[in-house]
Design a protein around this ligand. Structure first.
Ligand SMILES: Cc1cc2nc3c(=O)[nH]c(=O)nc-3n(C[C@H](O)[C@H](O)[C@H](O)COP(=O)(O)OP(=O)(O)OC[C@H]3O[C@@H](n4cnc5c(N)ncnc54)[C@H](O)[C@@H]3O)c2cc1C
Length: 266
């Protein structure tokens, strides 16, 4: 195939971090919770489609998820991707980041010869940031995280990454194949246009792979392959802001303020 064969890992997460843990399974309880596309994954899809427009090739979106999220996947496809592969099986459920990495890696190997894997820097629910570097390890690909911009040198078959580090702006070049995580908000994800949606309606075919297709051993998938379980999720209490007008002479106001500060120090 001419051009780049790019895979983008995408995830659907609870909206506004409305994370509820199902006490039965210790998994994320999605029932009755609004979901959204994980925000940095949209930036990753946008980066992939731009590379395809510049250098040709194909963009495949990949997600490990339960059934029933097709509308979100359709939206992402309408941004300019070519194929969607869903890894879905009860055997993949309740995975922490270790089996998530191995399940996605198995999916990427099954897709075939891949030049670049893109992902968001972190998810809005688990937020470990483990998956992209973990994929680099599992696939034995070079990996770079927190990319703000990515370009390709087709002669040298190397990717040029722009990113901020502790002391400033950094430009690095890494070989193909590589895994790169894309920072949130570093580009303007194109709106899934109507024409593409229409086109998708006619031609869109999602490939669904279960564990029959990936043949992952127990210690590399789902709860059985996980080292962590989320026992409880306690949302941080939102701080209440009180407004109080203090009246009086400057001295009286200063005294009242001092009293209030002392009162609230404990
Ligand atoms: C509140 C909470 C706390 C958690 N704490 C931990 C923990 O401490 N350790 C742990 O191992 N697990 C933890 N998990 C589980 C973890 O969220 C899941 O295993 C998840 O599938 C992968 O990790 P992540 O969301 O942190 O991914 P991250 O590494 O933060 O995600 C980065 C990127 O990887 C890609 N990606 C991640 N998951 C998928 C997927 N399913 N399909 C496609 N692409 C994907 C996306 O591009 C995403 O932007 C937690 C989950 C919750 C809800």
């Amino acid at each position: 195939m001419k051009g780049l064969n790019i895979v983008v890992c995408v995830k659907v997460v609870p909206k506004n971090s409305e994370i509820r843990i199902d006490p039965e399974t210790n998994g994320v309880d999605r029932r009755g919770v609004d979901s959204i596309i994980n925000p940095p994954d949209k930036n990753a899809v946008e980066a992939a489609v731009r590379l395809k427009e510049l250098y040709g090739g194909k963009v495949t979106l990949l997600s490990m998820a339960p059934p029933g999220l097709d509308d979100f996947f359709h939206q992402m496809m309408a941004m300019g991707a070519d194929e969607f592969v869903l890894l879905s099986d009860r055997a993949f459920a309740l995975a922490d980041s270790y089996p998530t990495v191995h399940t996605l890696a198995a999916g990427i190997r099954k897709i075939g010869k891949v030049d670049l894997v893109l992902a968001g820097v972190e998810s809005a629910d688990g937020g470990t940031g483990n998956v992209p570097p973990g994929l680099g390890e599992a696939l034995e690909f070079t990996q770079a995280t927190y990319a703000e911009e990515i370009d390709y040198n087709s002669e040298e078959k190397r990717f040029i990454i722009h990113r901020m580090n502790g002391s400033g702006h950094e430009v690095i070049s890494i070989p193909s194949p590589s895994v790169v995580s894309i920072e949130l908000g570093v580009n303007s994800p194109r709106f899934p246009d109507f024409r593409r949606k229409l086109d998708l309606d006619e031609n869109y075919k999602m490939t669904v792979w279960s564990n029959k297709d990936l043949e992952l051993p127990e210690d590399k998938r789902g709860l059985s392959g996980s080292f962590t379980t989320v026992e409880e999720f306690v949302e941080a209490k939102k701080r209440e802001r009180k407004h109080e007008r203090i009246e009086g002479t400057p001295e009286e106001i200063a005294d009242k303020l001092a009293d209030l500060i002392l009162e609230n120090m404990n």
